[in-house]
Write a protein that binds this ligand. Structure first.
Ligand SMILES: Cc1cc2nc3c(=O)[nH]c(=O)nc-3n(C[C@H](O)[C@H](O)[C@H](O)COP(=O)(O)OP(=O)(O)OC[C@H]3O[C@@H](n4cnc5c(N)ncnc54)[C@H](O)[C@@H]3O)c2cc1C
Ligand SMILES: Cc1cc2nc3c(=O)[nH]c(=O)nc-3n(C[C@H](O)[C@H](O)[C@H](O)COP(=O)(O)O)c2cc1C
Length: 581
């Protein structure tokens, strides 16, 4: 914000008004405001191309790119509203789209999320590559608007949406509304933006007079409406006491909840913050002793993430010149943000705050997701999770992952966890129980594969199955070792390849095991195997992807482009599925 204010078109008194309004607003108010401003701009700026006349139903394509379903659910909600407005609206997944289709679309709303470190959702990769290619079609007859989903905690916030927005304009399309970049609490600004954007391209003569009820199903809220306080019935650290990591197998009772999940789904829950950290934040802000604020900070606000926006807002609030300077200098900003949390910002410039000033700096506490490690066909009313404890230290302070340590340290057996089911329709066992599966899941990435094998065993599925698992040490970190061995014996698991990185001098990872087994991996692929990757997105999933391309090239004799096209075809056929985080 102060970065933006440095090159402002506003007069000084207007700037003051903006600063007062924004720094006094809660995170929710600011989110709403951003949707309102984007929408207002859409509704008041004269469009470069006039709205379509009412005679025929105007076509509207709602194109989404999603990883975990938020963009998809928003697209479905937008379609309902658009249909009610008289559009001939259709929803298209980027996984099934080509830029050529856009040339004929006339009106386009794009809803896209960002993953990895500023990457597109995996199933959108091929579409984006084609859109960015030199031979992408010109789009002079297209009007478009982009809704970007993201998380301000990431350096490349809403990168995919930003890139699509820029690229469509570069291809000659006309922006019908300003892009909106939404943080994790996207529901309200997204609803306001969809409303205003549809009004802008609405095929009614007097769009201002049209009564538009945005039928907004608030997908996250819908999942989260079915929160159940599940009793924790077991909680076991699967690593040995001599391991340097902890990974908890957690069993939850869903009895009486009516909650159903499928192998591949996740459970989500909003964790509670560490009480000691809450106390630290309150102390530095001069607000110790405020019990209701303590409760609010424990349960409702994100007090660990530190974002560029918060630094700018706090700089405006405190008037601190050093913090202000950060906003104009990306290198120093990145350096300040590195390994720091919100409390470090307060400590850098300790200032007595009012309660609403403090909460105004904070966003809502987002839920965390965990792959379900069980199948209801095997465990009935239970759900099992596999949670790696996150701990590190930086800038002289011990840091704790909010949710993982909440479970590991603050909620034991008999406590409850307020869970909801987050379906993942894009990470499912093959419909054909005889289809072979290759599962690559080091660390906690193995969780959904335990669910897959439980399910295949319980349902008598006959397809071959092959697991690649990796961890640090065989003796201390072989998660669910006995279960894999039993499944190997019974034939539910056909083959397991293990990579223990620290059992020998040279590190060995799952991708190395894939390479060693390349001939069989390729044969399985040719036999129609479904390939699954779950776990670390930053390194593992990328390294495994690169190795798969290398294996395909090596075994098929194709060049790099040919191998890429081969894997894309496997992906298009729904046989290359990733659930990475
Ligand atoms: C679809 C999905 C499924 C998932 N399934 C699982 C699962 O089955 N099991 C599982 O354990 N997790 C899973 N996760 C991850 C999980 O949701 C949480 O992100 C994870 O447990 C960390 O949450 P936390 O609240 O404990 O940590 P947070 O408080 O969110 O802290 C994590 C953040 O701290 C920072 N950080 C962490 N370590 C370091 C370090 N060494 N140095 C510097 N900074 C660091 C990073 O910014 C990191 O993003 C899944 C995520 C998704 C999206
Ligand atoms: C592992 C992971 C990586 C992410 N990376 C980014 C990122 O680099 N930039 C960003 O703005 N958001 C990032 N996000 C946030 C997602 O874009 C956000 O959760 C979004 O609502 C997901 O929408 P979807 O369900 O449609 O995929 C990331 C989320 C996860 C879990």
């Amino acid at each position: 914000m102060s970065n933006a204010l440095a090159t402002t078109p506003f007069a000084e008194d207007q700037l003051d008004q903006i600063r007062r309004l924004v720094s006094g607003a809660t995170a929710e108010q600011r989110q709403w405001l951003s949707g309102y401003i984007a929408g207002f701009q859409a509704a008041t700026e004269a469009p470069a191309v006039p709205s379509a006349p009412p005679a025929a139903k105007a076509p509207l394509t709602i194109l989404y790119g999603t990883e975990s379903g938020n963009a998809e659910a928003l697209a479905a909600a937008a379609r309902k509203s658009a249909t009610r407005l008289g559009f001939a609206a259709k929803v298209v997944d980027m996984a099934d789209a080509s830029p050529d289709q856009l040339a004929k679309a006339e009106n386009l709303v794009v809803i896209a999320s960002t993953w990895g470190e500023g990457d597109p959702p995996q199933r959108a990769e091929a579409f984006l590559a084609a859109l960015n290619a030199d031979n992408a079609p010109r789009l002079p007859d297209l009007r478009f608007a982009v809704l970007a989903l993201g998380d301000r905690a990431y350096a490349r916030f809403c990168e995919t949406g930003k890139q699509i927005d820029t690229r469509l304009a570069a291809l000659g399309a006309t922006r019908a509304a300003a892009r909106i970049d939404c943080d994790l609490d996207y529901q309200k600004p997204a609803a306001a933006w969809i409303d205003a954007t549809l009004r802008e391209i609405a095929p009614v003569q007097d769009a201002g007079a049209a009564v538009i009820h945005v039928d907004f199903v608030r997908p996250q809220a819908e999942d989260r409406a079915r929160v159940f306080e599940a009793e924790i019935t077991a909680q076991i650290n699967l690593n040995s006491s001599r391991s340097d990591v902890e990974t908890y197998h957690v069993e939850l009772s869903l009895a009486g909840s009516g909650l159903r999940y499928e192998p591949g789904d996740s459970l989500g829950f909003v964790p509670r913050n560490d009480p000691a950290l809450v106390e630290d934040v309150l102390r530095v802000a001069g607000l110790s002793g405020d019990a209701s604020l303590h409760e609010a900070l424990s349960e409702r606000f994100d007090i660990t993430t530190l974002t560029r926006n918060q630094i700018a807002d706090y700089a405006a609030l405190t008037g601190d010149a050093g913090l202000r300077a950060l906003s104009g200098d990306e290198a120093r900003m990145a350096e300040f943000l590195s390994d720091r949390q919100f409390v470090d910002l307060l400590e850098a410039v300790p200032t007595e705050l009012k309660a609403e000033q403090l909460t105004g700096l904070l966003r809502p506490l987002p839920p965390r997701l965990y792959s379900v490690a069980s199948s209801q066909a095997a465990v009935g009313d239970e759900a099992h999770l596999l949670i790696g404890a996150v701990r590190w230290s930086s800038h002289g302070r011990a840091r704790h992952g909010v949710a993982s340590i909440d479970v590991a340290e603050r909620r034991g057996v008999d406590a409850t966890l307020p869970v909801y089911v987050k379906p993942n329709p894009h990470f499912r066992l093959p419909a054909d129980p005889a289809a072979p599966i290759i599962m690559i899941g080091p660390g906690t990435g193995v969780a959904p594969f335990r669910a897959f094998l439980q399910h295949r065993e319980a349902t008598g599925a006959r397809g071959r199955s092959w697991l690649f698992f990796g961890a640090r040490r065989f003796t201390h970190d072989f998660l669910y070792q006995l279960e894999w061995q039993d499944w190997l014996e019974s034939g539910v698991l056909s083959r397991i390849d293990l990579a223990f990185s620290r059992d020998q001098r040279a590190k060995i990872y799952v991708q190395d095991r894939l390479w060693e087994a390349r001939r069989d991996v390729f044969t399985w692929l040719e036999d129609g195997a479904h390939l699954y990757i779950c776990g670390d997105a930053k390194a593992m999933a990328k390294d495994v992807h690169a190795m798969l391309l290398r294996i395909i090239a090596d075994q098929s004799g194709k060049d790099e482009d040919g191998a890429t096209a081969y894997l894309r075809d496997v992906q298009r056929a729904g046989r290359y599925l990733r659930d990475v985080y």
